[in-house]
Ligand binder design. Sequence first.
Ligand SMILES: Cc1ncc(COP(=O)(O)O)c(C=O)c1O
Length: 295
Amino acid sequence: MALPFDQLDGVIWYDGHFVPWKDAKVHVLTHGLHYGSCVFEGQRAYGGVVFKQTEHHERLHNSAEILGFKLPYSVDELNRACEELLVRMGLVDAYVRPVAWRGSEMMGVSAQSNTIHVAIAAWQWPSYFKPEERARGIRLDIAEYRRPDPATAPSKSKAAGLYMICTISKHAAENKGYADALMWDYEGYVAEATGANVFFVQNGKLHTPLADRFLNGITRQTVLDLARRRGIEVIERRIKPEELSGFTECFLTGTAAEVTPVSEVGPYTFKPGEITLGLMNDYFAEVQPKRAAAE
Ligand SMILES: Cc1ncc(COP(=O)(O)O)c(C=O)c1O
């Protein structure tokens, strides 16, 4: 059994200071824990450099603003904190997790005067899905929960509370032997997986759901650019579940998932093909630090 995450060694950047890993704690009476007033980011460092770090920290700021709070650290300060953290932790290829939450001054729904806390942790984390499953394409269940209507929840924020239905859906999928679950949106169109966006291929063209009602992933945007650079036509649109029978390839994109081929979504089957594998390679090249490319 691996050590739990709160028992690892090293340091965590916590409210502007580096503290020993095991001391980076919160009190049980923390607003973020009780009411979900918490936002976070997931970043990956390749060769010691976080890919699109500024975009991630801008999104963290934006996620907090959507929840009605302001981070006490600028994007530049967060960038520098991450960079120093990786050096102090001696990490080169790593996952980086910034998180921001409302503290303990008020413990009701209202939390107008609560202190905003920010922490950043980093650890080694090679592949989100099992490498052998990833190579042949992962199997996805279809989630019972749907992505919420933007009129019902702050769907553009990477807010911790939105992951409640993701964990339920992922657990249900895993219990049935699947790697993850694909979720529909509130109108029943294809949306995204529990922690990644989704793409399909049909007749050499890339189709992906319009990201106007869930997270428009940084990896999604990168892959759209890479596809256009390859001259692949990209169609962002509403996709009905029954259309899945007409697609030949399917893959997920996300900071953790990177580009992961999918072989099944419920009753629909796909085969990782030229476009998926090409974009997997392009993405891998794209995330490498630019100084390495120049050497
Ligand atoms: C629900 C959800 N959708 C999409 C993504 C992909 O976003 P990104 O590519 O910015 O990591 C993530 C991961 O952050 C996610 O958790």
